[in-house]
Each structure stands twice: as structure tokens, then as C-alpha cells.
Design a protein around this ligand. Structure first.
Ligand SMILES: [Zn+2]
Length: 228
């Protein structure tokens, strides 16, 4: 039994480290070989019959950024899905309420934006639970994309685990806004899930790339839908 336990632990460490690969390598899409390393049943794109894309924002809501994102989305009449950090929702409930009021959807992104591989599974699940008291949603996105088979199995009865088709990489301070825009455009296809961040760290690049990205997609005949 000890051997099985050791193997499981080693496997979890390997998977968790691989799960962070997109960040280490700045992979801005989710190629098949990367998806194959993750547990089954995660959502990387949505099957659609029309040219629809799914815009998502992670890590808010924060007063310095989220209202500006809402202004941009309002201008183009675009609806999006916001994966919210519980402690931000607790600090800024009025901004969180604006998301729903303006027709956007919210998802759970844990209470403190913690890394799954830095804590026991039970603690990670408590983080999700704590966030769920404020964010009523069946959508969950693991911070830093870190998830393993066991966590996915434990979360699946209650949550759809949403990953991504393309990262704009707007959180990467080494990139320019144009590079973030290019990242998002290059990996957009019908049914794609695109990630931007309504965080202070990503603000400059996101605010540059987002309106241009939306204009590009609308010009190509895409429409935007929320996850459900
Ligand atoms: Zn995040």
C-alpha cells in the first residue's frame, strides 16, 4: 500500500508541475499534447455550430481594473465570464454585483487564488468552498491552471472545470500589449475560450489588447457568449 501511496504522490507532483507548464513556457494555447497531460473531463473549448467565442477574465473583481473592463464590454455589447477570487468579492461586493447586473456570468477561482500543488487537497477544497459562499456558480477555474486527477474527481460532482483555448498572457510583464493581442487572435477559433485578466498586474496590456481583440473578432463575424 505504501508503494501505491508513493506512486500516487509522485504522479500528483509530476502532473501538478506539468499543469504549470503553460506559465513556465508562456504557452499561449492548449495544444493536444498539453491537454493530454491533464485529467479527463476538463473544458478546453466549447462545441458550437456558429462562430462564437467565450471571453473570460480571471482574478478580479478589483476597483482599479474591473469597471474599465465593464466599460469596454458595454461599448461593444459583449458578455463575458469572470472567474472571481473570493477575497476580492468580499472586499468589493459592489463591483461584483455590477458583473451580474450587466449580464455577465461569474465563476469560482478559489478564495485566495492559491496554488493547488502547495497544499493538501482538503485545504484546496476548503478554498473553493469558501469562495462558493460568495460566488454562486457551477463554473470553476483552478488558479495557475493547477489541477490533478484527484482534485478534478473531487470537484466534478459540483463543478464544471473550465480551462482555456488561448491565454492572452496579459499577466506577463515582459510582453507588450500587441503581443498579447496577437496571442489571443492567433488562437481564436469557433468555440474557443480566451483568457484575459482583470488584475492590476495585467491592466496595461489587457486594456490595450481587449478592445482591439473584440473589434478584430466582430470584424471576422464572431459573436461572444458566456459560459454556462
Ligand atoms: Zn488566476
Amino acid at each position: 500500500m505504501q508503494l501505491v501511496g508513493d506512486f500516487n504522490w509522485i504522479f500528483c507532483q509530476i502532473v501538478c508541475n506539468l499543469a504549470a507548464l503553460p506559465l513556465y513556457m508562456n504557452l499561449n494555447s492548449s495544444p493536444f499534447w498539453l491537454r493530454a497531460l491533464f485529467p479527463k473531463g476538463l473544458v478546453w473549448s466549447i462545441p458550437v455550430n456558429r462562430p462564437e467565442i467565450f471571453l473570460t477574465f480571471d482574478d478580479g473583481p478589483v476597483p482599479e481594473v474591473t469597471p474599465m473592463v465593464l466599460t469596454i464590454l458595454r461599448k461593444y455589447n459583449v458578455k463575458a465570464t469572470f472567474f472571481c477570487v473570493g477575497e476580492n468579492v468580499q472586499k468589493y461586493p459592489e463591483i461584483y454585483e455590477m458583473l451580474a447586473k450587466e449580464g455577465h456570468i461569474t465563476g469560482n477561482h478559489t478564495f485566495h487564488h492559491i496554488k493547488a500543488w502547495k497544499m493538501p487537497h482538503s485545504d484546496f477544497l476548503s478554498e473553493v468552498e469558501q469562495c462558493s459562499l460568495l460566488v454562486k456558480s457551477r463554473l470553476f477555474r483552478p488558479p495557475h491552471g493547477q489541477i490533478n486527477r484527484k482534485l478534478a474527481r473531487l470537484l466534478h460532482p459540483d463543478y464544471k472545470i473550465i480551462m482555456w483555448s488561448a491565454l492572452s498572457c496579459d499577466y506577463d510583464m515582459k510582453l507588450s500589449g500587441i503581443q498579447c493581442l496577437t496571442n489571443a487572435i492567433q488562437h481564436t477559433f469557433p468555440g474557443a475560450i480566451i483568457v484575459f485578466h482583470d488584475s492590476i498586474k495585467a491592466r496595461e496590456r489587457m486594456l490595450y489588447a481587449l478592445p482591439l481583440y473584440i473589434e478584430h473578432c466582430l470584424g471576422k463575424g464572431y459573436s461572444f457568449r458566456t459560459l454556462e
